[in-house]
Design a protein around this ligand. Structure first.
Ligand code: PEP
Length: 252
């Protein structure tokens, strides 16, 4: 049985003061939830303060990105060791906004995943097709390309420390959620790629989150699908009320 994981991707939102207010609310209201992993991913600037605020709670911390080099002349970048040093356990890699706005390729994503694993971080690998690709019936080709590209050169043991998030780009921030059947067929496809390349045991342990306009009123029906093991949440993670309701909806 895979433990569900609900992650809040705060993107470029919240000052340190705002981040602390949100996370303090979450840690009080969600303190009794034991059957769902709860993760928040603030901006880099708020990581250390949030880490202190959630110490001893059931809320885990993740970053939204990293750079694969360990140190040096890479102005504006943050390494995996720095992310770890800021008390993060997880890191989001290859989010569609990074792929589209910052032109991240599969090769970048692969290097970032390897750097994260080397530093002892748990990467959340984001994959997903754009609307034009879905309409051209290319969804499965795109997903296969993202998954193979990102996981190239990794071992079965590495896969035990990775989460994959299926995030159809057309559903992110649009209010247009994939139907549970649409999401399930892609999740099952991802699990099959992992089974074919890393073995059945690894694929059965792999957690695959869905992301794209997840809200408290649609999360439960998505999570009922056998291959959906949680959610990566943008907009609805920015308000305590909606993120709390969303996590509670996933708890038995
Ligand atoms: C995301 O950015 O990962 C995301 C899923 O955003 P939203 O929930 O706002 O669609």
């Amino acid at each position: 049985m895979r433990k569900p994981i609900i992650a809040g991707n705060w993107k470029m939102n919240k000052t340190i003061t705002e981040a602390l207010e949100l996370v303090r609310n979450l840690s009080i209201e969600l303190k009794d939830i034991k059957d769902v992993d709860i993760l928040v991913c603030p901006a880099f600037t708020a990581l250390c303060s949030v880490a202190q605020a959630i110490e001893g709670s059931n809320i885990k911390l993740g970053a939204q990105n990293l750079f694969w080099e360990e140190k040096g002349a890479f102005t504006g970048e943050v390494s995996a060791l720095m992310v770890k040093d800021a008390h993060c356990e997880y890191v989001i890699i290859g989010h569609s906004e990074r792929r589209s706005i910052f032109k991240e390729t599969n090769d970048y994503v692969n290097k970032k995943i390897k750097a994260a694993l080397k530093a002892g971080l748990l990467p959340i690998l984001c994959v997903g097709e754009r609307l034009d690709e879905r309409e051209d019936n290319k969804t499965f080709d795109v997903i296969a390309d993202h998954v193979h590209g990102a996981l190239e050169g990794l071992s079965a043991d590495d896969l035990k420390n990775i989460i994959i998030a299926y995030e159809p780009v057309w559903a992110i921030g649009t209010g247009k959620v994939a139907t549970p059947d649409q999401a399930q067929e892609v999740h099952a496809f991802i699990r099959k790629i992992v089974a074919d390349n890393f073995g059945k045991e690894v694929s059965e342990g792999l957690r695959i989150q869905y992301g794209g306009s997840v809200k408290p009123d649609n999360v439960k029906i998505l999570m009922e699908k056998p291959d959906i093991d949680g959610a990566l949440v943008g907009g609805a993670s920015l308000k305590a009320e909606s993120f709390i309701a969303l996590v509670q909806a996933c708890s038995k």
